[in-house]
Design a protein. Structure first.
Length: 284
């Protein structure tokens, strides 16, 4: 089955949902594909999100879905896009049971984190082993906060955390045997037999894209994500990127919910403008 839509969004996280809202408000026929593997799924609380500070990430998504239900031109499909191919001036997205013909595409498929291979890190990720001091440091400020990292990441994150806690041990990853939950928060066991108790631990997130569809379309990307301009445009006309999968203008800007929302809005505004231009073309 082939269906024709003015725009499609791959990813129903903050970037994709905000883009869907903007496109819905501009009456652009929009599909949102989401296979629900959100980056922050292991965290029970969000921090540094104005209006939602301390709320559950699922609460924001659920509110977004309720709001989007008021826009009949937006359809959310809870399926993975398995592949994409060019057809004429548009694209065909392939899911397990359908093919969807779309004129424009926003890639908002997010990233996953290749975590340090230290026993316990995966289990505690998003809870007391954390990526971002802006998102979670404040809640643990009454206790020691460790950084398991080295190089410039350890310097940068350690420097930020010293504004929150008076005790910020920085431990090289190769010295750590395991981390476990403890009454204080986290127990760090070292290879030399030493033990450090802290309220929480920060590690480098090491993000990698959740989807390789951009590569299949020949879209330029690097270690920091898909290359985009300020409007989220990629090097391929008709394809935009937003959220964590897109390269930020400056790596010091946090990859966070607010920045994902903002980039989703910017890309969607440009998509809506391109729909308007196409509508006004002679003969259309
Ligand atoms: C542990 C942790 C905690 C965090 N806590 C905070 C916090 O407290 N505050 C804050 O501001 N930020 C926080 N962040 C950062 C925040 O989660 C991200 O910046 C934000 O989720 C990025 O939004 P996104 O829409 O780009 O991607 P995501 O939220 O990851 O959403 C992308 C969606 O696209 C889907 N997808 C991918 N490929 C496909 C495909 N082929 N077909 C269909 N769907 C697909 C994914 O399954 C996913 O559902 C945290 C990050 C981590 C790792």
């Amino acid at each position: 089955m082939i269906l024709q839509y003015q725009a499609a969004i791959i990813g129903g996280g903050p970037a994709g949902l905000q883009a869907a809202l903007t496109l819905g408000r501009m009456h652009v026929e929009t599909l949102v594909f989401d296979d629900v593997r959100y980056r922050n799924v292991s965290s029970s609380q969000m921090g540094n999100v104005l209006g939602w500070d301390g709320a559950a990430p699922a609460a924001l998504r659920s509110a977004a879905h309720s709001e989007l239900a008021a826009y009949p031109c937006v359809r959310i499909v809870q399926q993975r896009v398995d592949s994409v191919r060019e057809e004429g001036s548009g694209l065909v997205l392939v899911t397990s049971d359908s093919e969807w013909s779309v004129e424009r595409l926003l890639i908002a498929s997010g990233v996953e984190d290749a975590l340090l291979p230290i026993p316990g890190v995966h289990e505690l990720w998003g809870d007391v082993v954390l990526p971002c001091p802006y998102c979670h440091g404040h809640e643990f400020a009454s206790g020691p906060i460790a950084v398991i990292s080295d190089g410039s990441h350890a310097e940068h994150v350690g420097g930020l955390l010293r504004g929150l806690s008076s005790t910020v041990p920085v431990i090289a990853p190769e010295n750590v045997a395991a981390v476990t939950r403890s009454v204080a928060g986290v127990r760090i066991m070292l290879h030399d037999g030493g033990v450090t108790e802290v309220a929480c631990v920060f590690i480098p997130p090491n993000p990698i894209p959740r989807s390789t569809l951009a590569n299949d379309l020949g879209i330029r990307s690097g270690r920091d994500g898909i290359e985009v301009d300020a409007l989220g445009r990629t090097n391929r006309v008709g394809v935009w990127a937003a959220g964590d999968v897109a390269k930020r203008a400056d790596p010091r800007i946090p990859a966070a919910i607010i920045t994902a929302l903002a980039s989703g809005l910017a890309a969607a505004a440009d998509i809506a403008a391109s729909v308007a231009i196409a509508r006004d073309l002679p003969g259309s």
